[in-house]
Design a protein around this ligand. Structure first.
Ligand code: PSV
Ligand code: MN
Length: 399
């Protein structure tokens, strides 16, 4: 690696931050069930401790995404959670309202035919925006588990109109320095017509909601052949890309560690972001977040794997020779254009990662260091004991 490329990769690493999800440290699984882990976090203190541990090892995860109903106790001052986070060396990041758990949402939340349920759902999001304000977070991250499962079940355009109005109403509670992120997902739990099934729908709704609404791309929420980096490039160009939920997908769902299936695809996504930054002379403001619920891998190890992989791919993508690429593109030299990307992708960036970690007094190998500390073993013993004392059973519940 030339000194020039090394510098470029280290520079890229110094600006890259990725948010961990509080729920990624707790016992979560698939919708068919969970396989429990002794070391899984029991409460918010555990989740923040685990997130703090990951940040201490990797140096690039200063914030933690929180799910309102799972992480904030009713009636509790959200500032208590801020304090707890500080104790563990992290901050609260995106705030995720929950519109998929309560029985009243069986027929939807923002698109429910019943105006009182729609109002309740918006009120929950407005309350979540107040939490966002109280904890000093910049992002309200919205995912809607709604739609219809059978043809004819509901009026598709009426649902769209309800969504537009509900999002507009919520937008009034979003401060000038805050952003509400609209996430899309092709199916599950609705199987016929998910209300926000793809990026186009999320774009239209965010655009209509107001200037502080942007689209969130969850890399898992796409069909197999879908070109995610093209979506990313279009959203960037329209100034509508707000953030990512990182994972990897084999089919069209989330939850695998980033780059475990297709690291080249993640590289291509980062390449579009670096290209945009090079052309516009500014970094786009993007919330990089992880959204994974591990059922098989140890949760902290999986999170570290994702973070390290994200850093590696981000650094590789920063090495693309934009001048050579554009030259090849304008000459319609398909082979050379592709080779420019491949060259960066196959460059070994470990010297850059090593230099950046050394400069930031971080362990050279975060995963090995995590294993060496025995953190998970200690947590497993302590949390198993605490679960027993609290009478918390790990059997029988659903994800
Ligand atoms: C839904 O699949 C999702 O991607 C949303 O972002 C949720 O908030 C998250 O997973 C956790 O269930
Ligand atoms: Mn997600």
């Amino acid at each position: 690696m030339s000194p020039q490329l090394l510098r470029r990769a280290v520079e890229a690493l110094s600006t890259f931050k990725i948010e961990t999800p509080s729920w990624g440290f707790a016992d979560t699984g698939t919708r068919f069930g969970k396989f429990f882990q002794d070391a899984a976090a029991i409460d918010m203190n555990d989740k923040l401790a685990d997130a703090g541990h990951v940040h201490a090892l990797t140096g690039c995860c200063p914030t933690v995404a929180a799910h309102v109903l799972w992480d904030f106790k009713a009636g509790e001052d959200p500032k208590a959670v801020v304090k707890l986070a500080r104790k563990h060396g992290v901050k609260i990041g995106s705030i995720n309202p929950n519109l998929f758990q309560d029985q009243c949402y069986k027929w939807g939340a923002f698109a429910n035919n019943d105006a009182s349920i729609r109002a309740r759902a918006v009120a929950h999001c407005v309350d979540s925006a107040k939490i966002m304000q109280a904890v000093g977070s910049e992002y309200l991250s919205l995912w809607f588990a709604e739609g219809t499962s059978y043809p004819g079940q509901d009026n598709i355009r009426a649902r769209k109109a309800f969504f537009e109005q509900s999002l507009k109403d919520l937008h009034k509670s979003i401060g000038p320095k805050q952003t509400m992120l609209v996430e899309y997902k092709p199916f599950e739990p609705a199987f016929y017509a998910t209300d926000i099934a793809d990026w186009g729908m999320a774009y239209i709704l965010a655009k209509k909601a107001g200037p502080r609404a942007k689209v969130l791309v969850d890399t898992g929420h796409h069909y197999v052949a879908q070109n995610i980096e093209q979506i990313v490039a279009w959203l960037l160009d329209e100034d509508m890309l707000g953030g990512f939920h990182f994972n990897d997908r084999r089919y069209a769902d989330d939850d695998l560690t980033l780059g475990s299936i297709d690291p080249y695809q993640v590289f291509r996504i980062f390449h579009e972001i670096h290209t945009f930054a090079a052309e516009r002379g500014r970094q786009p403001k993007i919330a990089y977040m992880i959204d994974q619920s591990h059922n098989e891998k140890p949760k902290i190890e999986a999170t570290i794997q994702t973070v390290v992989m994200a850093q590696e791919l981000y650094a590789k993508a920063a090495l693309v020779d934009h001048v050579a690429l554009r030259r090849a593109q304008t000459a319609n030299n398909v082979v050379d254009a592709e080779l420019v990307l491949k060259k960066a992708f196959f460059t070994d960036v470990s010297p850059a990662l090593a230099a950046w970690r050394k400069a930031n007094k971080l362990p050279a190998d975060p995963l090995a260091e995590h294993r060496r500390t025995g953190y998970a073993r200690t947590a497993a013993v302590e949390r198993k004991r605490r679960r027993a004392a609290l009478g918390i059973s790990q059997a029988g519940s659903y994800a």
